[in-house]
Design a protein around this ligand. Sequence first.
Ligand SMILES: O=C(O)CCC(=O)C(=O)O
Length: 278
Amino acid sequence: MLTQEQVDFYRENGYLLVQGMFSAEEAAHFREDAHALIARLQQLGEVEATWESAKEVTMTKTSLLHCHNVQFHDAGFTRLLVDDRLTSAAAQIIDSPNVQLHHNKLFIKPPEKGSPFPMHQDVPFFPHDNHSMIAAVVHFDDAPLEKGCIRVVPGTHKQGPIPHVREGGWHLPLDQYPLESSLACPAKAGDVLFFSYLTVHGSGVNTSSEARTTLLIQMRDPADPPSQLVHLSRGQGMMLRGFDPTTDTAGKVHAEKPADAMPMGGAMGGAMTMGGGM
Ligand SMILES: O=C(O)CCC(=O)C(=O)O
């Protein structure tokens, strides 16, 4: 359970770091499983997800290893998705007893060259009518500044959707939203950072000698309809807490569209393509 102070902080700032939601031991287990999963996937093909626009932030060739929807790969992550500590906090933040999965992304930012994310909102990728969508980033290892921890611009969730630059993966103009002008959110293994999909956020390069390992989980109120049927993926619509008040007997959750029904017409207008990483 979050305190009222934490909820108020989130409402005001559009983000909240919850320290020690998971123990260091739990985080270490998740980290081990995460690295084992990425190693298995690397045997099968490409797991690189660096945004094209990352090149505008750093001259160094960087790398970002990723896996979408980890629950289909390892049951330990399925249990994490429905963990009461996580979903009760999500319910308070979303302000709904019901919490529904949109998708999740495991990211490993490798040592010394872990890719940055230019500042952006997540709303252009999967707009929803009532903007209930939040991210929860579970830290599987420490993420100090030098590991390229997540950075936010507090209060930007109150601005609504902001026009994004399409090229290189939807991001905000770098001159107007330099990474350095945002607030770094260093975290410890087991900490969870929540933020609205309207909150401007990004992250720097991992220049440290250790990988940064995180799972980013996008969740919404099931009563908040997608404004467009975009960014669909297997597992979307799974209930993580409570029930789906909009359900019907056909089990309708986006089954009418194929899982890879990209590109998207954005809230910002125009067709969108995935820039990797989302
Ligand atoms: O993990 C990070 O450093 C940032 C991820 C992010 O901004 C995103 O996936 O939208």
